[in-house]
Design a protein around this ligand. Sequence first.
Ligand SMILES: NC(=O)c1ccc[n+]([C@@H]2O[C@H](COP(=O)([O-])OP(=O)(O)OC[C@H]3O[C@@H](n4cnc5c(N)ncnc54)[C@H](O)[C@@H]3O)[C@@H](O)[C@H]2O)c1
Ligand SMILES: CC(C)=CCC/C(C)=C/C=C/C(C)=C/C=C/C(C)=C/C=C/C=C(C)/C=C/C=C(C)/C=C/C=C(\C)CCC=C(C)C
Length: 502
Amino acid sequence: MIFGLGSEPGSTNLLTRALAAVDERVESVPDPVQIHYHLPDPRLDHLRVHRDYAQWLEELTQRFPHECRGIRGFYDECWAVFRALNALELLSLEEPRYLLRVFLQNPLACFTLLRYLGVNVGDVARRWIRDEALLRFIDIDCYVWSVAAADRTPMINGGMVFSDRHYGGINYPVGGVGTLAERLANALRDQERFPGCWVEYGARAVRVNVDGQRRATGVTLADGRQIRARAVISNATRWDTFGLAGADESVPRALVDAAEVPPTERLWRQWYTESPSFLSLHLGVRADALDAGHAHLRDCHHIVLEEWAHMESATDAAGTIFVSIPTVLDASVAPPGRHIFHVFTPSWMSEWRGLGHSEYRARKQQLADRLIERLERRVFPGLRRGIEVFEVGTPRTHRRFLGRKDGTYGPIAARRLHGLLTMPFNRTGLPGLYCVGDSTFPGQGLNAVAFSGFAAAHRVAVDLGLEPRLPLGLDAWLSEWISRRRLEWLGRGMQSTEDGTR
Ligand SMILES: NC(=O)c1ccc[n+]([C@@H]2O[C@H](COP(=O)([O-])OP(=O)(O)OC[C@H]3O[C@@H](n4cnc5c(N)ncnc54)[C@H](O)[C@@H]3O)[C@@H](O)[C@H]2O)c1
Ligand SMILES: CC(C)=CCC/C(C)=C/C=C/C(C)=C/C=C/C(C)=C/C=C/C=C(C)/C=C/C=C(C)/C=C/C=C(\C)CCC=C(C)C
C-alpha cells in the first residue's frame, strides 16, 4: 500500500520526488479502494474506503447519518493539515535557515502545522464525533498503518494518510514494490551521473566508530572492513542503533557502544516502545479455486476482524488480519491465472523465542492454518484448495532480513504523548551520527521515511558545507537553542502529564 507515488501538484508525493531527484520514475496503477473493511459491527462491514473523496463521504454518512456534520468536521481538519504540508517545501526541521524561509513564504501553513504538531487523531475525532462505533472505526483506520489507536496516533500523520489517500492516492508500482528500490539503486550506481556513489549489498554494519573527541568517524562492517565518513546515517531502528529499550537493558549488538550512548536517548526510550512484528503468509493461489465473480476480489487490500476485543491482539494469530492481493492491480507479478495473497497479522517475538527447528515449523503451520481458516470463513471461500505456493514468515524472519530488533514494525507511543513533538529528528547526541527511517520524525510509512530521508540529507548537506547555512555561527547557536528548548519543554510537559495521571 504505497503512499507518496502521486503525480498531483504539491510537495507530499515524496517517493515520486525521490525518484525524480535521480531522474527516474515508475509506472503505477491507481488503487480505487484503499481498504475493504470486514468488521464486527454490521454498519462497518463491507465498508470500502474509496479513492474518490465524495464517494467515501457518502458511503460513511449513509451508514452514520446522525454523524454527518461530525464526519465532515473531522475530515476537514485532516485536510487542513494536509493542505498545509502540501503547500510547503519539505526539508529538515532542524535547519533554522529553512524554517525562517518557509515561515516567511507561508506563515499560515506553518501556524496550522504548529497547531497540530502536539495533537493526536483521537483528540480531534472526539471533538467531532459521539457515536462509539464510528470512533472505533477511526481507531482501526489508524491502527492499520500506525499499529496504535487514534489517541496515540499523531494528527499530522492522520492528516497525511486520511487526505492523501484521496489526493495523490494509493498507487501500485508496476512490476512490484521492489521496483522502487531497484530504480533508486541503479540510478545511484550510474557513475556518469553520480561519480563516486556505490551501493553494497549483504554488507552489515556492526559498529559506529567513534574517535577520542566523541565524534562518529565511520562504520565497521561484519567482515571487518572499516569505512571512514564525515557523516554516518543509520537507518537501523533506534534500538539497533543505540541499544535496547524497556526493562531489558542488556545491549547485545547495538551499533553504538553503550559508553557512547548520548543521554537524550534515555528520554526517547521512556516515550516510545517497540510495536509488535508480523506473522506473514505469502501465498500463490490458483484463481480458478476462488469464486471468479467474487466481489471481494475486486479490491487489493482487506482488513478482517471478527471481534473488537482482538484488534490489538498480537498473539496466536487471533488479531486483525491484513490482506493484500497485488495481482488485482498488476497481474504481471504472478504467472497467468494465479493470485498473490500477502496475509499478515501482528505477532510478538515472545511467541517464537526458544523454539527448536521442528517446533518452529509446526507452530508456523498451526498459526497459518488458523489464519486461512478465518479468511475462508469470512471472506475467501475456497482459498485453501487454491494454494500452490505457501511461505510463512515470523518476527524471526523480519529480524533476520531487516535487522530489526524483535522484528518490530517500528516505534509506538508507550503512553499518550504530545502528537509528533516527542519524535526525535535526524541529528543525534553523538556528533557526526544521524538517524533516519521510522525511528525518527514522523515515524512509520514509506512516505514518512522518505520525508526523514529528505530531511536527513538536507541537514547533513548543511553540516558538510554543501548547502548554505545562517552566517556568523547563527546556524549552530539557533539549532542548539531550539533543540534544548524542545527537550526542556518536553521534559516539563511529560512530568506534568505524569503528575496529572497520578
Ligand atoms: N506501505 C506499506 O504497505 C508498508 C507495509 C509495511 C511497512 N511499511 C513501512 O515501510 C517503512 C520502510 O522503511 P525502511 O525502508 O526505512 O526500513 P526497513 O526496515 O524496511 O529497511 C531497512 C534496511 O536496512 C538494512 N539494515 C538494517 N540494519 C543494518 C545494518 N546494521 N547494516 C546494514 N544494513 C542494515 C535492512 O536489511 C533493510 O534492508 C517502514 O516505516 C514500515 O513501517 C509500509
Ligand atoms: C517555521 C515554524 C516556526 C514552524 C514550522 C512548523 C513546520 C514547518 C512543521 C512541519 C512539519 C512537517 C514537515 C511534517 C511532515 C510530516 C510528514 C511528511 C508525515 C508523513 C506521514 C506519513 C505517514 C504517517 C504514512 C503512513 C503510512 C503507513 C504506515 C502505511 C502502512 C501500511 C500498511 C502497514 C499496510 C496495510 C495493509 C493492509 C490494510 C492490507
